[in-house]
Design a protein around this ligand. Structure first.
Ligand code: NAP
Length: 304
């Protein structure tokens, strides 16, 4: 299949490179700064699963993408609005977003009805100062699934390409469950590590912070249930088990972004829970508090 990636950052660059290495037709649609970086250094991926270095096709001009079977959206949430203008000018083909959270699904589905699948990236990757994708662990998986029944064969076909590219992947019939399962874990991890700047091991050792984590998880589970996805009564114990399985030094990328003064996805992640709670009549006081702490940093380091 022909894959177009909107965004060649950590997630787009990593998964795009795997497809490139397997010989698939991959085109990156990027912004001018990233295009210059790609011209200067190429796309470089450093990973224990195999390094990549090459000069894949990349453009800032959506009109250059004449045919694609799927467009992967791999931008961060604060850039989604800008990405929509580019998406409008890309071929009218199915869209596979890999953003964390849920609200982007509503945004994309209402703007591009009938074209949106769901995707969850399970990976920890980042860009270094030269724009190389740094993927430090062996953990890298994609979950994809149809939202519309007519996309089921496409989801299977995407899975086949990923399999041929050696990407650990899962094709699911319940992509919203997969999105919420990732969302609840990321929400708690990012809220607390970004708010405090402390790693997860230190936070879980503190009973008061553990309680805050439980409250955050319970709120996400309540909002998910109201939105039609029942994560079960044991949602918090399962999140806790996952948090405890992380290296104690683990920080969410939101915590690292905050430390670097970069924009945060907190409006999309924690703010998204507050807004969904308001829509469904579910109170989210823990999220109101933690979002209140993070919101001043959402556009980058605040001017004091
Ligand atoms: N990194 C992870 O470990 C990870 C894991 C799971 C899920 N995710 C999720 O995946 C999403 C992407 O994260 P990421 O870590 O890959 O972010 P990232 O490294 O910052 O990459 C995002 C890329 O999108 C590009 N971009 C922004 N607006 C664009 C536009 N209009 N057109 C073309 N390119 C555009 C940015 O390019 P510029 O250089 O021009 O800014 C940047 O290179 C986020 O929602 C994140 O939560 C990330």
């Amino acid at each position: 299949m022909r894959w177009a990636f909107l965004g060649a950052g950590a997630v787009g660059g990593y998964f795009g490179s795997r497809l490139l290495m397997a010989g698939f037709d991959v085109m990156f649609v990027v912004r001018p700064g990233r295009l210059e970086q790609l011209h200067r250094h190429g796309l470089v991926v450093k990973s224990p699963l195999g390094d990549y270095a090459g000069h894949p096709p990349a453009t800032t001009d959506p009109a250059q993408v004449q045919d694609a079977d799927v467009i992967v959206v791999a931008v961060k949430a604060p850039h989604l609005a800008g990405a929509l203008e580019t998406l409008d000018r890309l071929p009218d083909v199915p869209i596979l977003p890999l953003l964390n959270g849920i609200e982007h699904m509503d945004v994309l589905r209402s703007r591009y009805p009938g074209r949106v699948l769901g995707g969850v990236a399970h990976i920890e990757a980042t860009l270094d100062e030269t724009g190389a994708v740094i993927h430090p662990s062996r953990f890298a998986r994609l979950t994809v699934g149809a939202v519309e029944p007519h996309h089921r064969p496409l989801a299977e076909a995407l899975g086949e390409d990923l399999g041929r590219a050696g990407v650990d992947h899962r094709v699911t019939d319940d992509i919203y469950r997969a999105l919420w399962e990732k969302y609840i874990l990321l929400d708690v991890l990012s809220a607390l590590t970004a708010a405090t700047g402390l790693p997860i091991g230190r936070l879980l050792a503190e009973p008061a912070t553990r309680l805050a984590a439980a409250r955050l998880a319970e709120e996400v589970a309540a909002v998910a249930r109201a939105a039609g996805v029942d994560l079960g009564d044991d949602a918090w114990p399962r999140v806790l088990a996952q948090l405890e399985a992380f290296p104690p030094t683990m920080l969410a990328s939101m915590a690292r972004d905050k430390a670097k003064g970069l924009p945060l996805e907190t409006d999309h992640i924690q703010g998204g829970i507050i807004r969904a709670g308001e829509r469904h009549g579910v109170p989210t006081p823990a999220h109101v508090a933690v979002y209140g702490v993070l919101a001043p940093y959402r556009a980058g380091a605040p001017l004091t």
